[in-house]
Design a protein around this ligand. Sequence first.
Ligand SMILES: [Ca+2]
Ligand SMILES: [Ca+2]
Length: 148
Amino acid sequence: MLRNVLLLFIIFSMGNAEVELAVKCPPGWTNFGVRCYKYFSQSVNWITAEKLSNCANLASVHSKLENDFLLSLVPSSTLAWVGAHDGEQEGQWLWSDGIAYDYTNWCSNEPNNYNGAENCLEISWTSNHCWNDASCLGSKKYVCVTDM
Ligand SMILES: [Ca+2]
Ligand SMILES: [Ca+2]
């Protein structure tokens, strides 16, 4: 009996822990998995977005589910920066938050490094809402990620 009560207590405690995790995103940020995300509607170039103090990192994307989640934060027909760039070496894409580059959703014929000068990743391009490499100097809205 005592063992069962203990077990129930442990399960109940774990349940509470999950609830607590889910509400730990800062105000205005949305939880997905174990991280928090926020769409910012001012338009800035990629490096400005990445360095803004209210943006821990531009978001990284690691699954279709996460990609769909990010798109749900961005108004339709709105381009938004996320954190991948190939500025160090052409074609070698990295996420600014250091997490492995293990998923892509490029539009067909992208990334094309147009004019030899497209090193930053924008999402929600074309009606397919896929990825495009764009000039990092362009001003766009952006999505950030932070740990809980
Ligand atoms: Ca490039
Ligand atoms: Ca492109």
